[in-house]
Design a protein around this ligand. Sequence first.
Ligand code: DC
Length: 229
Amino acid sequence: MKKLTIAIDGHASTGKSSIAKKLAIKYGYIYINSGSMYRAVTLYVIQNNLLLLLKSDIDLFIKKLSSTSIHFKFNDNDLISEIYMNNINIEQQINTLEVSEMVSEIAAIPEIRREMVKLQRNIDRNMGVVMDGRDIGSVVFPDADIKLFLTASDSVRAKRRFDEMILKGESVKYESILNNIKNRDKLDSSRLDSPLVIEKDAFLIDNSNMTINDQLEVISNIIDKKLLN
Ligand code: DC
């Protein structure tokens, strides 16, 4: 059976990783959340107080960063890859509002993008891969077999994210989340280096009124058709 490369890009909090995980499990592909790599760098900056260095000497920052290992490990229980920094699972730590508020600024730095794209392209695609992010179909894998672009209304996205964080026990305000989402979209779409764009050959999916199972059905149809070709 042919193994595909599936690129999922889209606006912030459109459920890209939820659908990507489900697709990876269904088709037995590797799942990589590229946003978590930019979040890991952000966490590294916060934990080591490196914001000033980042702004004053990017080369030295990259040198320090390259001695830090950022990698994914497959979790046999959840059947998905989870992100580790220096062998510590940081899945929980990268999803706080503090990281979300800083990550777009850090992800806009070309030198950091270059390092992350290198890591992303190193992934073995022979097993089939689903990768989500902002520049996967445009920069990381322009040759992807399937490109998807997810979007949804601002309020639907903020409400989903808010519910998710409340469920995790975080104390957050809906307005802060809404502002963060709008802000990240603006920064991600307007940055000079690999901005978020809708590729001409991407399937555009507005999931404002779709359940995760609706999306799984629509996307599985696209994949199954491709597998038959
Ligand atoms: O998908 P996410 O919200 O976890 O991504 C976090 C940030 O990283 C987001 O604001 C944009 C950036 N990002 C990026 O620039 N390129 C990617 N391939 C993935 C994420």
